[in-house]
Design a binder for this molecule. Structure first.
Ligand SMILES: C[S@@+](CC[C@H](N)C(=O)[O-])C[C@H]1O[C@@H](n2cnc3c(N)ncnc32)[C@H](O)[C@@H]1O
Length: 390
């Protein structure tokens, strides 16, 4: 494909991604994946270039743009190689019209920029939410040791005890070490959230919102696969992805429990008052993961944020019912909005007067409210709020 044809393809894909974001339909990654499958003429270099153009254009537009062309023109404002490709050549984009305007730039839609600012995220700190994310892995201590593990590329230890940073673009999934379960792809921030649980062998721990089990696997490793570790979630599809991952990781201890929304405690009744620790990796807007999923900021609205706040309160209350006296809850959201972090934690402590905030000892981050914040700008991790109650 010519460079101009790649730009036109990216514009067409952006058009679909924009419509899908408005309709809360398929995510950008799926739209791209489907297009690549159906258009085999696009070789690997074309696919890489198109993907980069699409994501760069998504990053460049704060609010959801009206048209794919306008999004690409916005990208062209900061990238001088793009505008000359609007040359009307075969398969390329038509020349730019005299009155044609680029889409609006910025970090996010205005209302969200204001909410971030109210949470202390402004200027460079806000812009860093859209940086390109590094590639981090966690060495699985059930099968390997960070100090001695030999890997196919140069790595750098991260602040997480078993973390390594790799050159971006490394195809980890193709490594024998990955297939053998010696390493898992996991952001340093996620690894530190698991560290905050202080999971010990022999304990009873519930990963209440386990999803596909990224954090459950880290907990199993910290527990040396000894004790009781329950991974629960209301999403059957996500939870089902945990079993093959646990097998690969050699984590035999993990029990999965599918929950019925609003009736979660029925399925967890055996654990009521029993857990030494509950990890609540609550559903959230994901403002801290925009580096990986920049399109998420086009999908969020006030109603969704209110729904997420209520869901965060709800899962925290479930966690409190599972805890043994003296146990600990670790509350985590991958958002930098206080309304999904420090404020939810304060509200939880108001509702549960017997509990109080416990100190966290993490190698990265800064205090936020009664908890802790990890930020892409300061810490080079995904953005997280982490707090511990006991
Ligand atoms: C941030 S994601 C979890 C990610 C996961 N812990 C990981 O590390 O990969 C939040 C999860 O909460 C789940 N969830 C939403 N409502 C829930 C509820 N009421 N009870 C349990 N899980 C819930 C969602 O299905 C989603 O998988």
């Amino acid at each position: 494909m010519t460079p101009a044809a790649r730009v036109q393809t990216a514009i067409d894909l952006l058009e679909t991604i924009i419509a899908s974001a408005r309709a809360k339909g398929a995510p950008a990654d799926r739209i791209l994946g489907d297009w690549f499958k159906q258009n085999r003429f696009a070789g690997s270099k074309d696919r890489r270039a198109i993907r980069e153009l699409v994501y760069a254009a998504i990053r460049a537009c704060g609010p959801v743009p009206n048209r794919g062309r306008a999004a690409m023109l916005r990208l062209g404002q900061g990238d001088p190689s793009i505008l000359p490709l609007f040359d009307g050549s075969n398969y390329g984009p038509a020349p730019i019209g005299a009155k044609e305007m680029p889409a609006e730039g910025g970090v996010a839609p205005e209302w969200l920029v204001e909410r971030l600012a109210a949470s202390g995220v402004e200027g460079e700190e806000a812009a860093a939410l859209l940086d390109r994310a590094p590639l981090d892995i966690r060495v699985n201590t059930l099968k390997a040791d960070r100090a001695t593990l030999k890997l196919p590329v140069e790595t750098e230890p991260t602040a997480a005890p078993n973390g390594l940073r790799l050159p971006t673009g490394t195809q980890v999934e193709q490594w024998a070490e990955y297939r053998d379960g010696k390493v898992e792809v996991q952001d340093t921030g996620s690894q530190l959230a698991c560290m905050a649980v202080r999971a010990q062998p022999g304990e009873t721990i519930v990963d209440l919102c386990a999803g596909g089990g990224g954090k459950t696997l880290a907990l199993a490793a910290a527990m040396d696969d000894l004790g009781k570790l329950v991974a629960s979630d209301t999403d059957r599809g996500r939870l089902s992805r945990l079993k093959p991952r646990a097998e690969r990781a050699g984590a035999a201890m993990i029990e999965t429990i599918l929950l019925d929304p609003k009736r979660e405690l029925e399925a967890l009744s055996d654990l009521a008052g029993q857990a030494d620790a509950v990890l609540v990796d609550a559903p959230c807007s994901g403002t801290g993961t925009w580096r990986r999923n920049p399109e998420a900021r086009w999908r969020l609205d006030e109603a969704e944020l209110a729904r997420l706040r209520a869901a965060q309160d709800h899962v925290l209350d479930i966690a409190a019912a599972l805890l043994r006296p003296g146990g600990r809850i670790v509350f985590v959201t991958c958002s930098l909005l206080d309304e999904e972090g420090a404020e939810r934690f304060d509200a939880f402590l108001e509702r549960h007067k017997a509990m109080s905030a416990q100190p966290l000892a993490l190698p990265l981050g800064t205090p936020r409210g009664q908890g802790w914040r990890l930020s892409p700008y300061r810490d080079g991790t995904d953005g997280f709020f982490i707090a511990c109650a006991g």
